[in-house]
Design a protein around this ligand. Structure first.
Ligand SMILES: [Zn+2]
Length: 238
């Protein structure tokens, strides 16, 4: 707490975690679905086939993002849980060594021996596991990984991103526009959307806006270019 009202700078580090995840999910959705659609349109497939592929891709992508995120966050949570259980056993079995360990950590950070000892004793009394978790293992107990939440958020953000190129395809009137114009419309809309999500994420995290936007847009362009080549090579005409 700070009594001085002028000293009120908010740190954005805590926001960056979920923001990064949300942007990554949305970018994934935009890049993979627009690339899928560009590839399908380039192949000469009929509009209903392209639409079906797009919707299937959206569902498959959201499910795979959720599964991947769940597995990754769950294994992190399991590892943290095991580490904490081990640490709790150490604290129960060797309280004296654990206290010394904590003290030496604070001495290494710059506290004089007596003060480090006092801090270690006080924190051990207050919450021994919490102190060891945070200062020895780098785990904060209130920020332990949540797999279901992460899985749901990934699926949701992927879908939000992937819906954009699908809507563009629906609105573009593929039949009357022809495949070339449709590819350029899709690619253009996706590049702009990617630039905007990249730039918005950078803006909120105080990073360089233009560079971040261009970076994502470039990767999207490369991905759609590759898909277009594959589509042209397949040339299914159905
Ligand atoms: Zn310890």
């Amino acid at each position: 707490m700070n009594a001085n009202p002028a000293y009120n700078h908010e740190h954005i580090v805590h926001r960056i975690g979920w923001l990064r995840a949300a942007t990554l999910g949305a970018n994934d959705g935009i890049i993979s679905i627009s690339s899928l659609l560009v590839g399908m349109v380039s192949s000469g497939a009929a509009a209903p086939v392209i639409l079906a592929a797009g919707v299937a891709g959206l569902v498959a992508g959201a499910a795979s993002m959720a599964a991947g995120e769940w597995v990754s966050v769950k294994s992190q949570a399991d590892a943290e849980e095991a580490e904490l259980a081990l640490e709790q056993r150490h604290i129960d079995n060797n309280p004296k060594q654990e206290l010394l360990e904590l003290q030496s950590l604070y001495q290494k950070r710059g506290l004089p021996e007596n003060l480090a000892r006092d801090v270690a004793v006080a924190l051990t009394k207050h919450d021994a596991l919490g102190a060891h978790a945070q200062d020895e293992l780098g785990i904060t107990l209130h920020s332990v990984a949540k797999p279901m939440q992460a899985a749901f958020a990934s699926a949701l953000t992927f879908t939000a991103g992937g819906v954009v190129p699908l809507l563009v395809l629906l609105l573009a009137q593929y039949q009357t526009l022809g495949s070339k114009a449709t590819v350029f419309t899709l690619a253009g809309a996706s590049v702009v959307t990617l630039f905007l999500t990249g730039a918005a994420a950078a803006k909120v995290s105080n990073a360089r806006v233009l560079r971040a936007g261009l970076r994502v847009a470039l990767w999207g362009t490369v991905s759609m270019g590759l898909s277009a080549l594959v589509g042209l090579a397949l040339d299914v005409k159905l």
